[in-house]
Ligand binder design. Structure first.
Ligand SMILES: Nc1ncnc2c1ncn2[C@@H]1O[C@H](COP(=O)(O)OP(=O)(O)OP(=O)(O)O)[C@@H](O)[C@H]1O
Length: 300
């Protein structure tokens, strides 16, 4: 792949403005490797998608500098395109989950150097109805976790705030009726959470799908039937022992096509964004986009 034109889309507010301080150095590094570099700052949600539309396929590489919200907006603008430019991430938010999956450094200046090395891999992209995701799709407990985090909590505790919020949310009896169908598994009954993963990181750590492979054309599916604290300890123990959770409340399998109905309809959390509700059909687009990788695959 010959990269001539690079477009950097930066959310200057991501990570409380930390990224903006490094912008000059980032651009300098890019300009020393690529002949044409343009910078687009976002001012509000939706700007990243508009910039990509305006580029009209006239670019070879889009670099998204920001948090998981910026990455989500960019993948949703790129994935439907016929001729997709490559995509690189400079992490600038709290968790930066997919950049971790790509082995990209959490230091923006190191990340830009890695992108300049031009090591690309064709990466799977998840699709749910008309939405795309790189990292995960979830309903139930996971949406409560992200709803309960307020900006002050995030500022004080960073990544840990996700897990503090999770602990607050378990043991509340909030299950729903779930009908899930796939070639590999069918399930009808109560559930507290369904999590469908592409990337191995959630909330900055390898929490639910530690072994997930982003090039295998498969999604990892996890159904948790009850909100019991014991179930979550079982999961954590399984992670430590590096095996599949062995609990009567947990169902785990891989699939490339899953359909989900719930009663009542559930808010969907897609890579941290909560814009839609079930029912949903979720699938994987194998090796759909070229992405810049660093130390890939990332170490355990
Ligand atoms: N200049 C801006 N001001 C306010 N919001 C913006 C701006 N640019 C983009 N946004 C929107 O802000 C949302 C959050 O941004 P992003 O995830 O990049 O940063 P963050 O919130 O610091 O990261 P994290 O969620 O990982 O903590 C995104 O949906 C994005 O579209």
């Amino acid at each position: 792949m010959k990269i001539k034109r690079v477009d950097l889309i930066i959310n200057p507010n991501a990570g409380n403005g930390r990224l903006k301080e490094q912008l000059q150095q980032v651009v300098k590094t890019l300009e020393s490797h690529f002949p044409h570099v343009s910078v687009h700052e976002t001012y509000q949600p939706g700007d990243a998608a508009s910039y990509i539309e305006d580029l009209d396929n006239e670019t070879d590489l889009i670099i998204g500098a920001g948090g998981d919200g910026t990455v989500y907006e960019i993948i949703n603008a790129l994935a439907p395109l016929q001729n997709r430019p490559a995509f690189g991430i400079i992490p600038g938010g709290t968790c930066n989950d997919f950049s971790r999956a790509l082995g990209i450094s959490q230091n923006p200046l190191e990340a830009v150097e890695q992108i300049c090395n031009q090591k690309f891999r064709a990466i799977d992209v998840g699709k749910c109805n008309h939405q795309y995701f790189l990292n995960f799709w979830g309903i139930g407990l996971i949406t409560e976790v992200s709803t309960n985090i307020n900006p002050r909590m995030k500022e004080s505790f960073g990544r840990l705030s996700y897990y503090l919020s999770a602990i607050q949310s378990v043991n509340r009896d909030r299950t729903f009726k779930l009908k899930l169908e796939s070639d590999e598994c069918a399930y009808e009954g109560n559930a507290a959470m369904v999590l469908i993963g592409n990337g191995p990181f959630t909330g900055g750590i390898r929490a639910f799908f530690p072994e997930s492979n982003i090039e295998d054309g498969k999604l990892e599916v996890l159904i948790i039937e009850s909100n019991r604290l014991q179930t979550f300890w079982d999961m954590i123990r399984a992670k430590v022992m590096q095996d599949i959770p062995n609990s009567e409340d947990i169902l785990y399998f891989q699939s490339d096509h899953i359909s989900i109905e719930t009663e009542p309809n559930q808010t969907i959390d897609c890579d941290g964004e909560r814009d839609y509700e079930t029912p949903s059909t979720i699938s994987i687009l194998p090796r759909h986009i070229q992405m810049a990788v660093g130390n890939y695959p990332p170490l355990q």
